[in-house]
Design a protein around this ligand. Structure first.
Ligand code: PXL
Length: 279
């Protein structure tokens, strides 16, 4: 029997929200993977609420890195998300160069905004610097707002044809990323995730749930990081994640969850523990 694989999740800790680390931890652990968390910032709750407490954790991140190096921790995957400040780009780059070996998978969720709006704590410079992390990634998981920022396209709404999506993904791969999963492309009644692995494309769709829940992208990216760590291809991982997110958003809609409270995934975590490693 092998010990569980290990992911370093670099993301914020929003205490009373289902997003970032409070989502990555249950999702990744339920997949049988050890999730080591490095907070980029601590918040009382996510920034979509009318009020929140925010404290940047840049200096603590370097201390975590130092100690993890002293402990000689090895990671099968490094997964980054929401960053607290511009200088954290360098901190994450250094973390990757200190901990990556030839088998370490790098997943970058370039969290910056949504629905055409950049999050309130993000500066233009931070969005621009995010390209440096994307350059190191095996898999990047932007939504359309983030993909437009990374590829230099003007935001065009949430709908696009396959040619446009392929063009944006190619531009993101030109930055250095190996594959892109572009999330949340909307049709009239569907929502799709579009994959480009540098060669092939594929689209995975599900029925659109008419309410947008904060933190859905964190569930999605955590699933992609976990499944890719378990040996699933980016296409297989996206197919599974699309279906799982559809199940949890449908349920959240049926029980009339408040959008700020995020997706109620707790009752579905058992589905993740049944997934076996492919490698
Ligand atoms: O889910 C994205 C996200 C992550 N972290 C924080 C956020 C948000 C979205 O609002 O505010 C702190």
């Amino acid at each position: 029997m092998k010990p569980p694989k290990r992911i370093a999740a670099i993301n914020d800790l929003s205490g009373a929200s289902r997003c970032s680390l409070t989502t990555a931890l249950p999702i990744i652990s339920s997949m049988g993977i050890n999730c080591c968390v490095m907070p980029t910032a601590i918040l009382s709750n996510h920034t979509g609420y009318s009020t929140y407490f925010f404290e940047d954790c840049t200096s603590q991140m370097s201390e975590f890195s130092k100690k993890w190096k002293e402990l000689d921790l090895k990671f099968d995957c490094i997964y980054s998300g929401f960053l607290g400040s511009e200088s954290q780009i360098e901190t994450v780059e250094k973390f990757v160069s200190d901990f990556k070996d030839e088998n370490t998978l790098i997943v970058v969720d370039p969290v910056m905004g949504d629905n055409g709006e950049i999050y309130t704590t993000y500066t233009e410079a931070l969005c621009d610097e995010m390209k440096r992390l994307v350059a190191m990634a095996d898999i990047v998981t932007p939504n359309i707002t983030e993909a437009c920022s990374l590829s230099g396209c003007d935001y065009f709404g949430e709908t696009a044809d396959e040619d446009k999506l392929t063009d944006i993904c190619k531009r993101i791969c030109d930055l250095g990323a190996k594959s892109v999963v572009l999330t949340g492309c909307k049709g009239k009644k569907s929502i799709s995730n579009f994959v480009y692995d540098g060669k092939n494309t594929s689209m995975y769709s599900s029925e659109l749930v008419p309410k947008y829940y904060t933190g859905t992208g964190d569930v999605f990216a955590s699933l992609i990081a976990g499944l890719a760590t378990k040996g699933f291809s980016v296409f297989e991982a996206t197919e599974f994640a699309t279906d799982f997110v559809h199940k949890i958003t449908t349920y959240s809609y049926e029980i009339d969850m408040d959008i700020n409270e995020g997706v109620a995934y707790e009752g579905f975590l058992g589905l993740l523990s049944a997934i076996e490693d492919k490698k």
